[in-house]
Design a protein around this ligand. Structure first.
Ligand SMILES: [Zn+2]
Length: 641
């Protein structure tokens, strides 16, 4: 049979179809990346858009359910983003699974937290128990935002409790009994005094068998109080608050529960021996589902790879991150995320100059986010403030980047904290104060911030505010270096205040004659800068000598003698000498003083004057002693109160 053109067409069609099928096959195999932004998560993955949406819904529902069960966690303050990477299957997930000692750990999902971004990774075929670990970690993340100092049993207990989340339709449930915990606790228990004594540093918290028991017992305590006995729950929360405020567990327990601890032990044992436990049911708002109406959008593969590179950087897997990021930058030289990830990696490897190049490019991009600005600012600040001199330009640029970060993300505490430091460095005490106050609002109790804020207050002459912060810190700081710094600052605030009062008094006294030029208030060295404000090795006192701090105001010269006027807190000291060269003038000032000559000294200088009492007879009032030495004090020196 002769072939008709129709046949030919048909053949061609068939060939085209085969090619098409083939192409489709390849496309299905090559990664197709999509991304979905929900209210609290950013999802990205090579899993199907359907699977990505399912994962998004699970996490949003989990968050909503936790917040409705424990409303204090319904915190809407902005925090570091939570990025969920959904791999289409285990094969695609394999290279990004966590590693331990170079070997891949077979997990169905894991959580990688850090201060700037939190990563959750999983595969579309990950199962129920994989989610348990993720819900557990995500609960920690939510808890961290209400307090940085939660007790381990509280933190782990709630994380375990909430980890058993599941939902169908608009009904969510928490508290399905965890078999391994129940089994263990029916055999042995950890008594509450031991449970409450566990700290982050205890071996119980970090070693095998006791660790499992600790988790199980913490879970049981939460389950019992949260689901079964709400009065106990209220007492437990109260107890935790007392402990956080510094009470000993013993005292706090008595105050909150007013019963012996073994009563609670008995209640817990009875509870775990029961054949069944109730679960907590939470009705979810349909809005959680409705808000998820948008569809995932395609993202370029290079962008997805930059994200994976950033994940590896955050896992400190630089050997794997570098080739991936280099390949991305070869094809897409301007991709901000790739530059940012590269910059972060190089920073962590101490390759500061190279890091700066990448961060600069990342920060210049109009799409640069707050974290890029933050990293760039932090790197500049470290470089600038580490220099002996000439660091101001870097610190100035750092301020611009950090201000931008705070502008993009109000409430970005880390950026505010660094801004406070940078402003202090630039002697802008009032801006430092504002940034540090914002930081302290978000992180009450952060000791480093308290010290810097007190420093700003002292420079602004807000001595009461400074002392209100420092006093409690001296009392409760656990770290001896912090305690020491707080004590030093407290002493300095008293010293600076005295110095200022002296100047004010002097100004009032001389107001009738010539006005005293208002001197600069003494400025203490900012942290990390001008550390060269020396504490001089003062002249040694000899027998019979007295040293007094004061303001050197005048040299009165007559034919027979000279009389130095030094205003001390006790009043005006008049000290005589026969000649100038009988006085030992010592200067610790960075600028060489002019010659000391007769007449008023304007402005009056901070001095230590050393003198002996005067046995010769002089008209009363004309001299209280014989001057031995005058030590001119350095800028920023504050006398001991
Ligand atoms: Zn945990």
């Amino acid at each position: 049979m002769r072939r008709t053109p129709d046949d030919n067409t048909r053949v061609r069609r068939c060939i085209l179809a085969t090619i098409a099928c083939f192409l489709v096959a390849i496309r299905a195999d090559a990664a197709e990346w999509t991304s979905l932004r929900t209210e609290h998560f950013l999802l990205i993955g090579d899993a199907s858009p359907r699977a990505i949406k399912d994962v998004a819904l699970r996490f949003e529902q989990f968050r909503a359910a936790v917040a409705s069960a424990f409303p204090v966690l319904a915190d809407s303050r902005p925090g570091p983003p939570v990025i969920v990477i959904v791999f289409r299957d285990q094969r695609s997930y394999e290279p990004y699974k966590p590693k331990f000692n170079g070997k891949t750990v077979q997990v169905g999902g894991y959580f990688l937290g850090s201060r700037d971004v939190n990563y959750i990774t999983l595969a579309a075929d990950s199962g129920g128990d994989d989610f348990r670990a993720l819900y557990h970690e995500y609960t920690h993340l939510l808890l961290q935002r209400i307090s940085a100092n939660l007790s381990p049993w509280f933190n782990e207990g709630l994380a375990e409790f909430f980890s058993t989340f599941d939902a169908s339709g608009n009904t969510a449930r928490f508290g399905r009994p965890i078999e391994s915990h129940v089994g263990m606790l029916r055999e042995r228990q950890m008594h509450v005094p031991e449970l409450f004594a566990v700290t982050q540093q205890s071996t119980t918290y970090n070693e095998g068998d006791r660790r499992s028991l600790f988790y199980a017992q913490s879970w049981l305590l939460m389950h019992y109080t949260f689901v079964e006995n709400r009065d106990r729950w209220k007492q437990l929360v109260q107890f935790e608050q007392f402990v956080e405020r510094g009470a000993t567990p013993d005292a706090a327990f008595q105050q909150a529960f007013a019963m012996p601890t073994d009563s609670l032990d008995k209640e817990l044992l009875t509870y775990v021996l029961r054949p069944a436990m109730r679960v907590q049911v939470v009705e979810l708002n349909q809005r959680v589902v409705n808000r998820l109406q948008t569809e995932p959008v395609r993202v370029a593969e290079t962008e997805a790879h930059a994200r994976l590179g950033d994940l590896l950087v955050h896992a400190a897997r630089y050997d794997e991150a570098a080739p991936l990021l280099n390949a991305v930058l070869k094809t897409t030289p301007d991709l901000p995320l790739a530059h940012a990830a590269m910059g972060r990696m190089l920073l962590r490897q101490d390759k500061r100059a190279d890091a700066m190049t990448h961060l600069e490019r990342a920060a210049a991009a109009p799409t640069a986010d707050e974290f890029v600005q933050f990293y760039y600012g932090a790197a500049l600040l470290e470089r600038g403030s580490g220099q002996q001199s000439g660091g101001d330009a870097d610190v100035g640029k750092a301020i611009v980047a950090l201000e931008r970060a705070v502008q993009l993300h109000p409430g970005f505490t880390d950026a505010d904290r660094l801004l406070g430091y940078a402003y202090l460095y630039m002697d802008d005490a009032s801006k430092a104060r504002d940034a540090l106050r914002r930081t302290l609002d978000q992180e009450p109790g952060n000791e480093e911030v308290i010290l810097m804020l007190a420093e700003a207050y002292i420079r602004l002459a807000q001595f009461t505010d400074a002392r209100d912060l420092l006093g409690p810190l001296v009392g409760r700081a656990a770290n001896s270096a912090t305690k020491e710094r707080a004590r030093d600052l407290l002493a300095r605030s008293v010293g600076v205040e005295q110095q200022q009062q002296l100047r004010t008094r002097l100004a009032t006294e001389s107001a009738t004659s010539q006005p005293e030029p208002t001197p600069e208030p003494p400025i203490a060295p900012p942290p990390g800068r001008r550390t060269s404000t020396l504490i001089p090795a003062f002249r040694k006192l000899e027998a019979g000598e007295t040293r007094t701090y004061g303001l050197f105001t005048e040299v009165e010269c007559t034919r027979q003698q000279i009389v130095l006027h030094v205003r001390s807190s006790a009043g005006m000291l008049l000290l005589r000498a026969v000649r100038f060269d009988a006085i030992d003038f010592i200067s610790y000032r960075s600028t060489t003083p002019g010659t000391i000559s007769c007449g008023a000294r304007r402005p009056a200088e901070d001095v230590y004057v050393t003198w002996r009492s005067d046995e010769a007879t002089f008209p009363s009032g004309s001299s209280q002693g014989i001057v031995v030495a005058v030590e001119l004090l350095p800028d920023g020196f504050v006398p001991a109160p």
